[in-house]
Write a protein that binds this ligand. Structure first.
Ligand SMILES: [Zn+2]
Length: 92
């Protein structure tokens, strides 16, 4: 579930599962699950960057249309190709 901070426009993602359910009275409700545990809806999600509580969620598929908003995960994988020998050595 992608989030966006309205204070600093920081974008981050948290793993939530939203299950829609109906109770006996036909009222539709949403159950939010994080790591298999029921959690309150993240309407008050706190920005990890500036601490603002003015965070909002993206509609589904938004980030797939704006991949530039997704922060890189972890350090970049170093190029395994050694720089010292750009020409492959002969095998014999
Ligand atoms: Zn923020």
């Amino acid at each position: 579930m992608p989030f966006e901070c309205r204070g600093c426009w920081h974008v981050w993602q948290e793993d939530y599962v939203v299950r829609r359910s109906e109770d006996d009275h036909g009222n539709e409700g949403e159950v939010w699950l994080s790591a298999g545990l029921r959690v309150p809806p993240p309407s008050g999600a706190i920005c990890p960057q500036c601490g603002s509580e003015q965070a909002t969620t993206f509609p589904d598929g938004y980030l797939s249309r704006h991949p530039e908003l997704i922060p890189p995960v972890g350090p970049a994988v170093p190029d395994a190709t050694p720089l010292l020998s750009p020409v492959p050595k002969p095998l014999y």
